[in-house]
Each structure stands twice: as C-alpha cells, then as structure tokens.
Ligand binder design. Sequence first.
Ligand code: C2E
Ligand code: CA
Ligand code: CA
Length: 767
Amino acid sequence: MPKRRNEELPLDIYIPFVQSLFRDSVTLAVGIAAQSLLALLVYFKTSDTIYFVVAFSIVAIGYMRLRSTREVLNNPISDRSEARRLENIYIFWGTLHASALGLFCFAGIYLAHDQFAEIAAICVTLATATSIAGRNYGSPRMVMLLIITLTMPISAGFLLRGDVFHVTLGLLSIPFFFAIRKFADNVRDVLFAALWEQKKANQLAARFDRALNTMSSGLVMLSQEGRVVVANAEAANLMQVSGPDRLLGRTLRGLLTRGAAGGMLSQKDSRYAEAQLTRALREGKDRKVLLRLLNGRHFEFSARESKDELGVITFDEVTARVEAEERIRFMARFDSLTGLPNRAYFHELLSERIAGGDQERTVGLAVFDLDDFKSINDTLGHPVGDGLIYLVAERLGAFADGNIEVSRFGGDEFMIFFNDVKEEQEFAALLDGIFASLHGDVDVAGHAIRIQLSAGAVLSKARSSDVDAMVVKADLALYKAKENGKNGWRLFEAAMDQAFRNRQVMKADLRQAVETGNLRVVYQPIVSMETMRIVRCEALCRWDHPEIGPISPSVFIPLAEEMGIISEISSFMLSAATAECAKWPASLGVSVNLSAKDFHSHDIVRKVKAALDKAELAPERLEIEITETALLNDKSSTRQYIQELKSLGVRIALDDFGTGYSSLSYLHSLPLDKVKIDRSFLLDVTKDSRSLELLKGIVNLSRPLGLAVTIEGVETFEQLKTLAREVKPDLVQGFLFGSALTASGIATMSNTTWPFAAEIHGTLANA
Ligand code: C2E
Ligand code: CA
Ligand code: CA
C-alpha cells in the first residue's frame, strides 16, 4: 500500500480523493452564507469596513468555489494532470477562503477588537475547522494550508493582546488545530484503505473474469439451490447463448433440456448426464461424464462439490482424444496389414459368438497356415511375403459372412470360425471350397508364387466349446496335416489330443528333472583305430522318467530345445563331463554335445571356460560336438563363438556329418578339428560297395584339410575290419566297443585293449 502523499497515489485512488474535495457543495454553500452573514452582522454592529471587506471576500470566494464544484460534478476527472489542476484550484480558493476567515478572527481579536466580533469570528472559524477533517481530508496540502491560515491569525491575535490570559489562549489554540489535522489524516487513511481494498477486489474480479473467459475448459458454478451463479464464455459457447450472463440463474436440468431441445443431445443422453452430474455434485466426487453430441463432438464433464460450497462443473472438448482412442482400439483389434481381426480380438469375438445362440449347435474352427512361407520371406523378401499374406487374407476374407468369421492369427496363420455347422460333410465341402479358391499361382510384385496351404480343423458342440481348447485342437490337426505332406487339411481326432497331452506332461516332467538335476551322464568309449585303445569318451545325457522309464535323448533333447531349457542341460553336461574327465588318466579326453541353440548366446564361451576352470581340466582334453545345423543357422556369431572356444584350446568336432547339408566344400572354412560320420553310412557298408566308396571319399577329402575322422555306429567286427581295410578312419565308436558306461566304468576300462586288436593291426598293416 503506497504512502498517502498524493504524488505517489495511484491515479485510480488519487482521482476519488480529489473528487471528495468537491463532493459536499451544500454544506459549503450553507457555510459561506453563515460566514458572510455573521461578518456582515459584525460590520453593522461595529461599522468597521474591515468586516465588510471580509463579508464581501467570503461571498466572492465562495462563489468561485461553488463554481468549480459544479465543474467537477459535471465533468468526470480522467487523468492525473486534470486531477492535479482541480486540486490546485481547490487549494487556491480554499486557502483564500480560510485567509478571509483568518482575517475575520485577527480583526475581531486584535485589529478592530470588539466583544461580539471576536465571538462571532471564532465561532465561525471553529465551525469551519470541522470541515478540515470533514471535507478536505482528501488533500493533505489543503489540510496544512487551512490549519496555517486559520490558526495563525487567531494565535497571533491572542498573542498580540499581550496579557497573560490571551497569550495562554493563543498558545493553546495551536495543539487544537493540530488535532484537527490528525483527524483529517485518519479520515483519509480510512478512505484510502477502502479505495485500496476496492481496487484490489476489482482487480481480482477482472483477473478472475479474464481467467474464466479465456480458459479452454467450460465452467459453470452452481449455488446450493442448484442455480448457475458463475459461467464462462466457453460454457456460453457450448450452450449457444450470446454471453455467460445468459446462463445465470438456470438449473442443470434447464441447461440440459435446452441442449436436448436444440438438437445438441439426445433425450437419453441428456437424462443420463443429469443423473450422473447430479450424483457427482451430491457425492462431492471427481466424477467424469463423457457425452457425445449429436454433431459427433465429444465432451467430458467433471463435477466437484466440497460440502457447503458451490458446486463446480467443468467440461472440455475431447473429440480428438476420443477419436485417437478409437483408432488405437481399432489398431489393437485389427491386423494392420490385412485389416482382419487379430488374435486377441478374434478370441473375444469367438467367446461372444459361441456363448450366444443355440448351445446344441455345432461350431467349427479351422486354422490355415501357408506352407513354406518362411522360405518366401527369406528368398523374395518381406514385402513380397506381406503381399502374399494380403492376397490370401483378401481371398479368405471373401468367405466372411454372418456365419463365418475370419482372422489373421499372426505370421502366416489364419483362423476361420464357423458359427453353425449343420453336418460334417457340409463342413468338409466348405473347407474344400476355401482350399480350391486359394489354390494356384499368383503374381506378387512380379513374382509368380504358388499358394500352398495346410489346415487343421475342429468341430465341437457350442455348449462345450472353449476357444483356447479349440485353437489347440485345430493346431494339432494342422500339425498332422503338415506331417502328412502339407497342402491339405485334417480334422481333429481324439488321438491327436492324447499325443498332445502326453507331450505336455512330458515337458513339465522334463522341466522338473532339469531343475532338480535328475539327469545322468553316461560315457561311450571312442577308440583309436591304430591302437585299439580308448582315447576319449562321448558324454551322453540320460533321463530316467519316474513312470515311463528311460527316455531317449533324441526325444527329450528336442523338447528341451523347444522349451528353451537346453542351455541348462548343456551346463549340467559340461560341468559333469569335465569333472569326471579330470579323474581319468591324462590320456583320455571327453566330448560334450552342444545344441545349435547354445550358440545363440555368447554365454556358451563363458560356460565352457568356467567348467574347465572348475574341473581344472586341460582344455585340449575337452571336445565340443556340434551339428551342421548349428553351424548353418546363424553363421557369423556361431563361427565367432566356435573360434573363441577354439582359442581356449578346446577341440571342435562336426557331429552327424552326412545327415544334414553334408557339403564338404565348406568344411575348410570352419575352425574344426574333427568330423564324425553318422552311423547311417555304416549300415550296409559291408554289402554295398557304393556306401563304402562314399565313406572313403569323405575320409580322403577330410584328411588334406587336417581333420581327423571318427566313424560312429560300429556294431560288428565285420564292419570294423572293412573300415580298417578300406577306409582307415582315425577313430571309431559304436556298440562293438560297448554302449555308454558310467564314469567310473570308463576309468576301469581305460587300459582295455580289445581282443581283436591284433587282427585289426594286421589288417591295417596289410592294407
Ligand atoms: P549322437 O551325438 O550322434 O550320439 C551318439 C548316439 O548314437 C547315442 O545315442 C549313442 O548311444 C548311439 N550309438 C552309439 N553307438 C551306436 C551303435 O553302434 N549303434 C547304434 N544304433 N547307436 C549307437 P543317444 O545317447 O540316444 O543320443 C542320441 C542323440 O541325442 C545324440 O546323438 C545327440 O545328438 C543327442 N544327445 C545326447 N546327449 C546329449 C547332450 O548331452 N546334449 C545334446 N545337445 N545332445 C545330446
Ligand atoms: Ca554326438
Ligand atoms: Ca553323432
């Protein structure tokens, strides 16, 4: 709050102060009349001209003052200089007026002393003094000048009288006038404070108004009687009235009814909004109500009421948000490439469809899967793959009707749901029809592609249908169709389910066996052709199922790979094999089989190293067996990890050579030490000369590359002799030398020389 000096007053306070000086023209006129009348009376009594001069001056000055008062009342003051000019005029005439009264007193007391003149002058002056606080408080300068011009002549008059009584009177009149000044100050303070508060209130109201009417949200405040007491421009806008004031006094129901009548809202929505908002206002909760106007715009209303206060309803247009949400919802439900319902939404749709209608009816589900789609993607690129998917989706989509629902399940898989299947034959004909429509060559971006699909289907009573179960069954049938040579469809049969269930149970059991370390390791001897003594052993994993008994690794290893737990088995095998090998004579090494999946992560290098370190085994004694598929999968990183293993000193053997890609041309580019030839080559080597030539060829090609050769699956002495004579591999492995043994069995056997060694030596020497 500024000080009271006029210079520092804000204009909007200064102007009312100046106006306050001119306000009371009636008392001024009465005062002038009384003063001039008394002065005239004194003149008549004393005949002293000085009183006539006083009376005349007061009339003349009074006239001027009243004139300026009228001027101010008729013309509002607009700026500071105008205010200042008027204040100065007021001060000028006011000072003259006071001076005339001062002269009246000075004359009465001293100059032309007269008993009546003295009393009259002092009475008039004191009466006038009251106006100092009453009318002139608005101008501190005026107050000061009035006090001086009124006090001085009285005090001077009394002092000049000289006697002790008058001198005392003269001195005492001074504090009286200063008390009057104090009163004037107080009045001014009060006025100032009032004006200041009003100014603040106005400012606040203006700001509030501005905030209210520029905010993007609409706002309506309701009194406790439920009538609008505040509304903003946005609210007026929505209600299509010219200004917020037009909304005042209306009720919520009135507003909504108006909205409905104006075709903005449906009757139903209007009732809904009223119920919801009224409830929100009553409960004082932050409740949001979303309304869709008939013109497609969306508004979100929220209501708030804290007890004993005004209820507030705000609203925002949320059309953009709602539309975005709808788009997202669409994207979440429909496949972006084909526009067909996606897996999740299809599931939702099906659950709904199946639950509705006659529960005794039969429903059907078919899963379609493009054959060898991966190779199209790999060879022709994803855009062509996408093009093909789009084309298939288009053709399948054409079958969709009230009864048939089509979805893209992901990748190259499509699902078709049949809501009401009357007969199995009819269903089969339908599927054949779909197949026929898809078959044939198509052109995708200039590539002639033959569409080939397989499908699995399942039928079920609606009453007992579960979407997930149907999907699983259709999938099982699809697998069977693929197994049967692709390009056809199969209907689900109970036997498939049994196989599936067994597989699921076995998976769970395997997981538990791996987690609890319920696996065993056995070691199969690998024998040197030259010495006929064991040089190393292959570690093979064993799982004894508590109910089924031993399960072949050819069964559970692929399961573990599928389940993603093969690396746990590999770790187990690595640490067991290295630990056992460390106990054997130093001439014996150990071989461990790793899966292609082990080479998906660099972890494998760390694991091998950790196993060697823990067992304190020389790296040269460990051999890793990997199959061609592992090498071909993801060449660069697999090669890199193999290279890193090799740098550790570990040996690398290529397992099952001849069963996979079987190209010798790439052998030299891989960091290998050994090739293990699959036992299938040995099956009829004693009878079929072509098999023998093949074996010889592989050995002869491997040798120059610095690769040792192991031949697996040697079961008979006959085979061994043939190998010794014709093929001369470095190592042999097979049941002839025993099946896999426990680790301690190997330690005992390490010194064994087979009885037929001499004969083989002879054969080798003769060859
Ligand atoms: P593989 O690596 O080729 O292992 C040799 C398999 O041939 C073993 O079968 C072995 O018992 C069998 N075998 C050895 N000599 C003969 C023979 O003279 N005649 C016949 N008919 N078979 C013979 P097993 O133990 O059933 O293992 C099968 C496959 O399971 C293995 O083939 C290997 O690929 C995989 N496997 C076994 N243990 C592991 C393991 O710890 N990790 C990984 N990743 N795979 C393993
Ligand atoms: Ca092996
Ligand atoms: Ca093998």
